[in-house]
Design a protein around this ligand. Structure first.
Ligand code: DGI
Ligand code: FE
Ligand code: FE
Ligand code: FE
Length: 187
């Protein structure tokens, strides 16, 4: 699908506020991709689609995850996690995205995973620090993201996990694995 048509198709599936978040993620993904050597066009494509399933009815998300039959374990966890997998599936099936790295950047944008690719890191971080985000600690992560991708990710995962713990939420295993993996890599 051509870029402009894709943007319109995605935009109509979410409230205006969430679309503004997506535009922020697009912009920040491009900046981070240029800064850290990922491909800006692929980062932007993943950003456009990353939250495409966020406002789907729960049953539609569940059906996509069951149909894809890859991460059905996520169905036993918080529904907040589902839209990433449903979105990756939709990107391939409904929006003709054939680039597996772009699909993975969408799939892992919420949880992360071990051995995240550069593209996955860029999109995960852009989602957290796009200009519309405003949570305690975001400025510190933005500052780290100016020069230290891994440091920004570690701080981002720690902040996310601390938030989940404070809310007495369950942590999806991939989230923990992503964080531990970043701690051990490169000293
Ligand atoms: O979709 P967004 O709001 O832009 O951001 P997101 O996809 O990164 O995260 C959506 C929510 O998912 C956010 O409130 C944090 C939550 N989340 C991330 N990792 C986990 C999680 N929730 C649970 N229960 N467990 C996790 O491991
Ligand atoms: Fe999301
Ligand atoms: Fe995120
Ligand atoms: Fe998002």
């Amino acid at each position: 699908m051509e870029r402009k048509a894709l943007i319109e198709a995605v935009r109509t599936q979410m409230p205006e506020r969430r679309w503004q978040h997506t535009e922020g993620v697009m912009q920040t993904s491009i900046v981070l991709a240029r800064r850290f050597g990922a491909e800006p066009e692929r980062a932007e494509l993943a950003a456009i689609l990353h939250d495409v399933a966020k406002f789907w009815p729960v049953e539609r998300m569940r059906e996509a995850i069951v149909e894809e039959n890859r991460y059905t374990d996520v169905l036993a966890y918080d529904k907040e996690l589902w839209h990433a997998h449903a979105g990756a599936y939709a990107a391939g099936r409904d929006y003709d995205v054939r680039d597996p790295e772009v699909l993975d950047a969408i799939r892992y944008h919420t949880s992360g995973r071990e051995r995240m690719s550069l593209l996955e890191r860029v999109v995960w971080l852009a989602d957290l620090i796009e200009p519309g985000r405003n949570f305690p600690g975001v400025e510190q992560i933005r500052t780290l993201a100016e020069h230290d991708l891994r440091g920004a990710l570690i701080e981002g995962f720690d902040t996310t996990i601390a938030y989940l713990l404070a809310k007495k939420k369950r942590i999806y295993p991939l989230t923990v694995l992503a964080r531990n993996d970043l701690m051990t890599e490169g000293g």
